[in-house]
Design a protein around this ligand. Structure first.
Ligand code: GLY
Length: 374
């Protein structure tokens, strides 16, 4: 696959967005079942549409994309100021929205939003147990998803030249390596501590099939999250962890290279895939490829490209203007029976980010803000 393929695919994505952007505007799409995204404001996914708009702005310079994204970002203040309306998902929400805005335009309000979000995330750290609390009702629970949110803490430390956020991120990342990433590279979803003593209790199945199964999107969160931790710290244990998860992920892919929703369920012809896991994992592999020796790069790059090619050929709606989602075949929460085999906004976001990475764009929204520091 060539640069020409990535250019062509990005062109097709941008053409589609010319239609969907004015339809969705400054709203909060989450799931598309019949080809039209719902509007579901104020959840953990509320930053991803803005992220797609900023990626489109980066590619085209079209002001309408920046306008919709900035408007959506302002609406999110209701969450940021609402305190108990958010949990550990601060990075997912504000990095692709406010973080991208600050990175691309230098907007100071966006910078403050990210710092506030980072402060909120840091405040969830448990000194006993060394973990960032996931949700608000379970003080003893940490989850694999949060690995992706650590980039916000590393970003904040660099932004204000103060190591305390990064120290919290490091402590939690070590907990991920100790208790979430298993020796074979598969991952737990929820890990539970005694919040009073900090003693580790057990792993729980969460959005995976069982406590000892292997939820595909969880693996993608761990892989990409740990690779981003390495980007910020150059601590080799993070890169080793990301690679271990990545190798498990690749070894368990089906023939078309798009993961089933859990790697440890019996596979039938109608077992749901999770295209969002594939898209996020492709970003993780492309991040890993940046940090490994030259002789290893092609393995990660080629696998990511193969997954993206399959997503594009077998699961995308790029030419179908009757559907708003870029990708079909996402699975939100299989055990809860929610959002199975649908379009999901974070799948679309990571798919577009991965194609943008293939085009050589290293101005990734999860990174530090070089522009504002220059
Ligand atoms: N962060 C929740 C999920 O991946 O479904």
């Amino acid at each position: 696959m060539s640069q020409a393929w990535a250019e062509e695919t990005m062109k097709r994505i941008l053409k589609k967005l010319e239609n969907t952007a004015p339809q969705i505007g400054a709203n909060f799409p989450h799931v598309s079942k019949e080809g039209t995204y719902n509007d579901e404001p104020f959840s953990w996914v509320s930053g991803f549409w803005a992220g797609i708009l900023w990626l489109a702005y980066q590619q085209t310079g079209r002001e309408e994309y920046a306008k919709y994204a900035a408007e959506a970002e302002k609406k999110l203040d209701i969450m940021l100021d609402g305190f108990d309306r958010i949990d550990h998902d601060a990075g997912f929400i504000w990095q692709p929205s406010a973080g991208a805005n600050y990175r691309l335009t230098g907007n100071e309000d966006s910078r403050r939003r990210c710092l506030k979000a980072a402060s909120f995330l840091a405040s969830r750290f448990h000194l006993k147990g060394n973990y960032i609390q996931a949700w608000n009702k379970e003080p003893g629970w940490a989850i694999v998803d949060c690995t992706m949110n650590l980039a916000l803490l590393y970003w904040a430390s660099r932004e204000i030249d103060n190591p305390r956020f990064a120290q919290i991120a490091d402590a939690h990342a070590q907990t991920v390596l100790n208790y979430i990433v298993r020796p074979d590279g598969s991952t737990n979803h929820i890990i539970s501590f005694d919040a009073e003593s900090g003693e580790y209790m057990e792993a729980l199945g969460g959005q995976g099939n069982a406590a000892d199964s292997a939820w595909a999107r969880g693996a993608a969160w761990a892989m990409y999250g740990l690779a981003l931790c390495y980007h910020f710290t150059e601590n080799p244990s993070y890169l080793d962890g990301a690679k271990r998860v990545c190798h498990f992920f690749i070894a368990n892919l089906p023939e078309d290279y798009v993961a089933h929703w859990d790697f440890r369920v019996e596979r039938f012809s109608d077992t749901p895939r999770d295209t969002s896991a594939a898209a996020c994992a492709a970003c993780g592999m492309l991040e890993i490829a940046k940090h490994v020796p030259e002789c290893e790069k092609a393995f990660y790059e080629n696998t990511a490209q193969r997954m993206l090619q399959s997503l594009t050929k077998n699961y995308s709606n790029l030419e179908d203007d009757s559907r708003q989602e870029l990708l079909r075949g996402g699975t939100g929460n299989f055990p809860a029976g929610v959002n199975i085999n649908v379009g999901i906004i974070y799948g679309d976001y990571f798919y577009m980010e991965a194609i943008s990475r293939l085009l050589g764009n290293d101005n990734i929204f999860w990174y530090e803000n070089k522009k504002a520091k220059a």
